[in-house]
Design a protein around this ligand. Structure first.
Ligand SMILES: *Cc1c(COP(=O)(O)O)cnc(C)c1O
Length: 227
């Protein structure tokens, strides 16, 4: 009941052009089914094994987004079904995704994760690193036919300082705008994934087109387990 109500509240607050990823990590299937029965189809997970298990147990029309840090050696487990991978931050990982997508006869959509927070711990590319990868995708005959880069993702610093968060979101939006004209057969930046439970309104004001919301839908989580 609570989940359905939360979901309705959030859906009412986000404009139609903004996609909602319901972040269900650590939550039981019964919670996901409550959101599913309320109409939600896109769910986000950040542990490979957990996402694989949930995919096997839950309805087939759920679109699973991988939002965590993905290790190259685990791509093979999610490649058969994953809908969008948010956290791509190296060419090595991208090449592995392409390889595994090809094995599954699929094209897997990916977002590049940008480092926008002040914290050292968060993953992501610098603008220079992004530029290098984009140039590789555009200039070389890169032959990666089984991936499609559809946008950028970022996580703001964990702080109450709205000004700081806004600055980081605006920066990510400016990077997105700068590179979105670039196109290649496997590159077209259309999605800007930013905003979580605490900051999604701000993210939308700053140009987000996809928000990833967990605790505001499903309630608070226990401490994260090791990956
Ligand atoms: C957990 C997580 C979220 C959702 O966080 P909430 O604060 O619970 O909304 C969003 N994005 C990523 C990458 C996450 O790991």
């Amino acid at each position: 009941m609570e989940i359905e109500k939360n979901l309705k509240n959030i859906t009412r607050r986000i404009p139609e052009h903004v996609a909602l990823v319901a972040v269900s990590k650590t939550k039981p299937n019964s919670d996901i089914m409550e959101a599913y029965n309320a109409g939600q189809r896109v769910f986000g997970e950040n542990y490979v094994q957990e996402m694989v298990e949930k995919h096997e147990q839950l309805p087939r029309d759920i679109r699973w987004h991988f939002i965590g840090h993905l290790q190259s050696n685990k791509v093979k487990y999610i490649a058969p079904f994953v809908c969008l991978i948010h956290g791509v931050d190296s060419l090595k990982l991208l090449k592995e995704i392409d390889k595994q997508a090809k094995r599954n006869d699929r094209v897997i959509k990916c977002l590049f994760q940008m480092h926008i927070a002040e914290e050292e711990t968060k993953f992501g590319l610098s603008e220079n690193e992004l530029e290098d990868i984009l140039n590789f995708l555009r200039n070389d005959d890169n032959e990666m036919a089984n991936i499609k880069i559809t946008g950028l993702m970022g996580m703001a610093t964990f702080t109450d300082d709205e000004k700081q968060i806004k600055k980081e979101f605006q920066y990510l939006k400016s990077v997105f705008d700068k590179y979105k004209q670039l196109q290649a057969s496997n590159l077209k930046l259309e999605t800007l994934s930013m905003g979580m439970s605490g900051d999604y309104q701000l993210a939308i004001d700053c140009g987000s087109t996809m928000v990833r919301i967990g605790s505001s839908i499903f309630g608070t989580r226990k401490a994260p387990k090791a990956n």
